[in-house]
Design a protein around this ligand. Structure first.
Ligand code: CTP
Length: 397
């Protein structure tokens, strides 16, 4: 696979490894990519902007302000299919973690909607420092992709880990990344996400703590793999990064049910990540319910089970469920797998720290209808999403 017509921002920060960015730029262009270069001021002390503008055949962006004009970092961030930060210094990594935007590179990074890869370069002891390790972990949790350092002789004379990956290896990673994103081309995917709100009166509802982040990460990952993605999202404060995702905001379980049934037939994949309310008030008061003497009893009725209803009518679709359990986890997950006719189910355990509601990380176990039990490490929700896609691919015809 070539990188034909891929739009790549090469972002260079100030390390001696910056000279390798010229080779990287050349290799990317040779592979057919369109490259725009963003540099920090410090990077220009290691390699000239003229070299990179000549290689990329495009103006190099260094300052947010140029003389009397303003460079549009948002536009640049939206233009790219991928940002590769190479070399990424300890300083730039730290600023990326804390969200600082005091140069063009960081402003582009913060406004980007595309995947971001970063290839660190630093001295052995800086690389080993706990703050660097923490920053790397945080960046991975944000969904950025680390291209690990290589081992060898460093500029300081020390020998060990810290060298930026060789440009040829970085290009290999980038090609793998785009290759991966072709795996669901021409497939249609449905994802439910977030909580549902079941109205009681015009100002009150029954809901739950779901943030919608897991389902949104899934929608993003499916989209990055080339699928047409329909995200049926209950009330959530979060939104997917990619504008190409077809977003249908809903409130209640009934609305989510209707939206799913409208498109299920044309789907190849349906992933039920929503935390759907199981009960709703039997009637919704037109007026705000006023407080009275004594207790208030609310009568509840069952909401439709969306996943089970799709499980009954599925034919070609790969149907994936989630189970959030506090006890008897395995038995409950297996029961739901069978009862709702899922191909596989993803179990979140409430007993895992840093997993489930509101967190950016998740720890899951997948149970398949083929009897497999697949436990995974604690990972970012985006990485979990790719694990679920890997599993889904095994079921696609
Ligand atoms: N689900 C759904 N519609 C519902 C309830 C659940 O589509 N009305 C889906 C969820 O999105 C999830 C799976 O079914 O993929 C299991 O949801 P969960 O809430 O864990 O299970 P319940 O069926 O509600 O069972 P229980 O309340 O006993 O845990």
């Amino acid at each position: 696979m070539s990188l034909h017509s891929k739009k790549i921002i090469l972002a260079i920060s100030g390390s001696i490894a910056a000279y390798k960015a010229a080779f990287l730029c050349r290799l990317l262009i040779k592979q057919g990519a369109e490259v725009k270069v963003v540099m920090t001021k410090a990077a220009t002390q290691f390699i000239s902007a003229l070299t990179l503008s000549t290689l990329s055949k495009s103006k190099v962006h260094i300052d947010i302000m140029d003389d009397d004009s303003w460079n549009n970092h948002v536009e640049l961030g939206l233009w790219a299919d991928l940002i590769i930060i190479a070399p990424a210094t300890a300083n730039t990594l730290s600023k990326m973690v804390s969200g600082q935007a005091d140069n063009m590179l960081l402003a582009v990074y913060l406004s980007a909607k595309c995947p971001v890869m970063f290839a660190p370069a630093m001295d052995l002891d800086m690389w080993k420092h706990p703050s660097t390790k923490n920053n790397l972990q945080a960046l991975k949790e944000y969904g950025n992709i680390l291209i690990d350092v290589e081992s060898g002789e460093l500029a300081s004379g020390l020998v060990g880990d810290g060298r930026m990956a060789e440009p040829i290896n970085i290009v290999r990673y980038i090609k793998e990344h785009f290759n991966k994103s072709q795996r669901l081309k021409s497939k249609v995917a449905l994802v439910t996400a977030g909580p549902t709100h079941e109205a009681l009166d015009p100002v009150r509802f029954l809901g739950n703590k779901s943030s919608g982040k897991m389902g949104i990460a899934l929608a993003e990952a499916l989209y990055e793999e080339g699928a047409e993605v329909h995200l049926i999202l209950g009330p959530s404060n979060h939104r997917p990064q990619h504008e190409g995702i077809i977003l249908k905001p809903v409130k209640s379980a009934q609305e989510m049910f209707d939206a799913c049934h409208e498109i299920f037939e044309k789907c190849d994949i349906a992933i039920m990540a929503a935390a759907v309310a199981d009960y709703r008030p039997t009637s919704i008061s037109d007026q705000k319910i006023k407080k009275k003497e004594g207790d208030l009893n609310i009568e509840l009725e069952r909401t439709p089970d969306i996943a089970a209803s799709l499980g009954k009518i599925k034919n070609k679709q790969v149907l994936v469920g989630f189970a959030l359990e506090t006890n008897n986890e395995e038995a409950n997950a297996k029961r739901k797998l069978e009862k709702k006719n899922f191909d596989f189910i993803v179990l979140n355990s409430m007993q895992d720290k840093n997993a489930t509601f509101g967190h950016d990380t998740n720890k899951v176990t997948i149970y398949t209808d083929r009897g497999e039990i697949l436990p995974y490490e604690l990972k970012s929700k985006k990485e979990v999403a790719f694990d679920i896609i890997d599993q889904t691919l095994k079921y696609l015809a």
